[in-house]
Design a protein around this ligand. Structure first.
Ligand code: AMP
Length: 211
């Protein structure tokens, strides 16, 4: 199965991708994570990416598409994969047709903008194992400590309110047209992203199991 998850920043794409990838044994490919790995490597390319990502803008299509092609060629993608954060504009969507051929579904997780800023300011993640938390909606058992591996939780540098607002603008101007692109192909499945995490996962699993 090949899925794309679309939603504005903070809609819950990463959280749902994790659940779905475990349930359906699919690779979870987050282009944001692939880019953050490059930033961590400290190379000149990584430094350039860091500046773009901290501003909330989009990295060039060439760089992201190349990272995606390399990732999809890895062994764990043979059974299928979930793309989280790609495509972000129509040109990437057109490029994706060449990279993957046909998709099974494009899941759109809908959350109104007003809910996003509050949601993202409380978002925390574990830099060691990648687990995600929210200080109010999904807190760890001990404040600031990952339940799974004991790592110290951190906020993403692009989750501050000003950058989030810019990322939402980028979503509406560049990524929203991708929804129309896939709607015309009859691939879009819309999900209410304001519901509880488990409820959303349950609904998605039920629908996707019937594909
Ligand atoms: P994310 O973790 O998906 O919210 O992505 C974090 C940041 O990485 C975004 O704000 C962009 O700067 C960059 N990024 C992630 N995916 C893409 C993409 N498909 N195209 C361009 N930039 C991307």
């Amino acid at each position: 199965m090949k899925l794309v998850l679309i939603g504005c920043p903070g809609a819950g794409k990463g959280t749902q991708a994790k659940v779905l990838s475990e349930h359906f044994h699919l690779a979870h490919i987050s282009t944001g994570d692939l880019l953050r790995d490059q930033v961590k490597s400290g190379t000149p390319l990584g430094l350039k990416l860091k500046t773009i990502m901290e501003s909330g803008g989009l990295v060039s299509d060439e760089i992201v598409s190349q990272l995606l092609r390399q990732r999809i060629a890895e062994d764990d993608c043979k059974n299928g994969y979930i793309l989280d954060g790609y495509p972000r504009n129509v040109s990437q969507a057109e490029g994706l047709d060449d990279i993957v051929g046909s998709l099974d579904k494009v899941v759109l997780i809908e959350v109104p903008d007003e809910a996003i800023i509050e949601r993202m300011s409380g978002r925390r993640s574990c830099p060691v194992c990648g687990a995600m938390y929210h200080v109010k909606n999904n807190p760890p058992k001990t404040e600031g400590v990952c339940d799974k591996c004991g790592g110290g939780l951190v906020a993403r540098s692009d989750d501050n309110p000003e950058t989030v607002k810019h990322r939402l603008d980028v979503f509406h101007s560049q990524t929203a047209p991708v929804i129309d692109y896939y709607d015309k192909k009859g691939l879009v499945l819309k999900i209410d992203g304001t519901k509880d995490i488990d409820v959303i996962s349950g609904e998605l699993i039920e629908i996707l199991e019937k594909l």
